[in-house]
Design a protein around this ligand. Structure first.
Ligand code: SF4
Length: 241
């Protein structure tokens, strides 16, 4: 890390995303998380995790910096039982102290998805009520958040910065520069448990109706919303929530 980063600042005087991005461009994931913590303080920083196939790596790096950073997990009502079990395994293995499982609002589900078929008729609306709106509510108390996107995932992720401004708060991408090989090395070095569905061919795991196995040679996210022309749920494109 090549810059002197500010100590915890009131929200009105936080450094800009560009300033932080320049300072952290070559920093390690642990340094980026530590810088986020120093910038806004633990009460104002959250990590958002899907407890998917690669999530253990970011959670491990975070736990080594501070296992009490709040972790937000979107329990959409459509998750695999294996993902819920994996969440509990990682909480115990990594000693995570503040994992918050966030559910969609019941009244919204009753009004907009009474038959639980919105994922089929309008997946963008389904992601909005089950992921985007609950996350916007959950992030309200925070000034910054951490997430696990990587540039090597391509598509809209190919050129993400290390730090950006989502319109309402700072967004840190500690793994922006990390390679697939480095992630694998974290798994091996820390002896992290794997997501239970990985062994049966699910390389990226989201909600049940929108997740399928990937074939040899396919992009790892090809099994998400297969055939629907959709690659993101919308939580990384929301602005100013
Ligand atoms: S991933 Fe599928 S089931 Fe999950 S919220 Fe989005 S559309 Fe709905």
């Amino acid at each position: 890390m090549n810059a002197i980063l500010p100590q915890v600042s009131p929200a009105s005087t936080l450094p800009s995303a560009d300033e932080l991005d320049r300072a952290l461009r070559d920093a390690s994931p642990a340094e980026i998380i530590a810088a986020a913590l120093n910038t806004v303080g633990r009460e104002k920083l959250a990590l958002v995790s899907s407890f998917g196939t690669e999530s253990a790596t970011l959670l491990k790096v975070m736990a080594d910096v501070d296992p009490a950073i709040p972790v937000i997990f979107l329990d959409t009502g459509w998750l695999f039982e294996e993902t819920l079990a994996y969440r509990d395994t990682l909480v115990a293995t990594l000693g995570l102290k503040d994992v918050r499982s966030v559910k969609p609002a019941e009244e919204t589900l009753t009004r907009e998805d009474p038959d639980r078929d919105l994922w089929f008729s309008d997946p963008d609306a389904c992601c909005r009520i089950r992921k985007v709106e609950p996350l916007a509510r959950a992030l309200k108390p925070f000034d910054a958040w951490l997430n696990g996107r990587k540039r090597f995932q391509g598509n809209t992720r190919a050129d993400i910065p290390v730090v950006e401004d989502d319109g309402a708060r700072l967004k840190f991408n500690p793994f922006a520069n990390v390679s697939r090989e480095e992630l694998e090395a974290i798994f091996v070095r820390a002896k992290l448990p794997r997501h239970p569905l990985l062994a049966s061919g699910f390389r990226s795991v989201g909600c049940m109706p929108c997740t399928s196995r990937t074939a040899e040679g396919e992009d790892e996210r090809a099994g998400r919303w297969r055939g629907r022309g959709k690659t993101e749920c919308g939580i990384h494109t929301m602005k100013g929530s």
